[in-house]
Design a protein around this ligand. Sequence first.
Ligand SMILES: [Zn+2]
Length: 448
Amino acid sequence: MDAREREVVETIAGRERELVDLLCALIGFDTTATVEGEAREAAALQSLIAGRLEGAGFGVETWEPGPSALPADRMGFDPSYSFAGRPQLLAFRPGTGGGRSLLLNGHIDVVDPAPRDRWTSDPFRADVRDRRVFGRGAADMKGGVAAMIVAAETLAALDPPLAGDLLVNTVTDEESTGAGSAACVARGIAADGGLIAEPTGLSTWLGARGSLRATITVEGRAGHAGLTQPHWSAGGAVNAVDKMAIVQGALERLAREWRDRHATTHPHLAPGGIAVTGISADAWMVSLPGRCTLDCHLQYLPAQADQSGWGAPVEREVEAAVLAAARTDSWLREHPPLVSWSDDVPASVVEPDSPIVQAALAAAGAVGDVPRIARETTFFDGPTFTRAGTSTIALGPGHIVHAHAVDEHVTIDQLVAAAQRIAITAMRFCNSTGRSEHGAARPRSALA
Ligand SMILES: [Zn+2]
């Protein structure tokens, strides 16, 4: 580290109390994501962030995307999707010129803390104990949001020369749909590189697998459960749950094959997989069910996707495997299972030699940590930006295993280390040259 970097790192260390206080304040806002898209306290939280960054000299804008803000594609956003009461925020600080622009992004929504009675402390009142901050969102990812705000404020206050623009973008609707960042991309928010302070435990995530959701329906023939049934061709009842077991076996075999198929594995992503998330066959307690439905969540790798990154080839492969298994059974051959698909979230990954990854890994080395790239990642907004041209990684405080869990927490040491890491990444990335064509795009309204 040079003298300026050391000054930034030491200043952030000295702001530990302030960083913890900011995280505690953020946890105090109930920003629980709901399927219906309730507003809750998202606007109040965004206005706190707006005040902080305005105070630090950033130009700040918040807005509620309109009904036509989201793309009509396989992600399957509802055309009447509403952001009422859930504004997005962009803060902008121009660079001195000639360097790369950096986007810092974080989501302010959190998942429901249920079962609430299992928490040691109130999930919406932060509790600081054992040098940890407990509360819903402490790890995922109000801790990361607090770290990137303190990093941005420190850079603005100490004012080391930053050639590239610095953008801070806080969004809603990540936990439910990813719509907040999708609306920001649609508005033109872009940079030469992006960093999302998700709880990666300070390692670097290069991207995420794509995901699909399928519902498979198998028809049977309802009948009395207490009778010895004749063969179906002689009019006997057919238990749809038994027939669904054949489909499940096919899905398990396919998932195993994905794990072992070298052509589709990836050095920086876990293999694709298929998880059954629900099964139902509503029938009277002494009736053989005449219909069974199975929900599953599938994850796929870039090599399994089509040229645009979508999972259509995976859908065809799953359908073929299900139908092949169905042909081994006389009833299913005549009554093939129906596979229907809902949303598709595309796979995307940043190349490890890209400038944003190199800056993040170098920043880890600069503060005396071992640079790490994690292979196990979950959905995050990075691919939304990466696919639109802003190569975006995740790097932040807290461990992903504490996300969505009871007694979610982050250590104060990781909070401070993440803020330092983000600031050094910004200094190295924004002062490197070789800008891509994706310069920072200002929002369409007036900013400083
Ligand atoms: Zn998250």
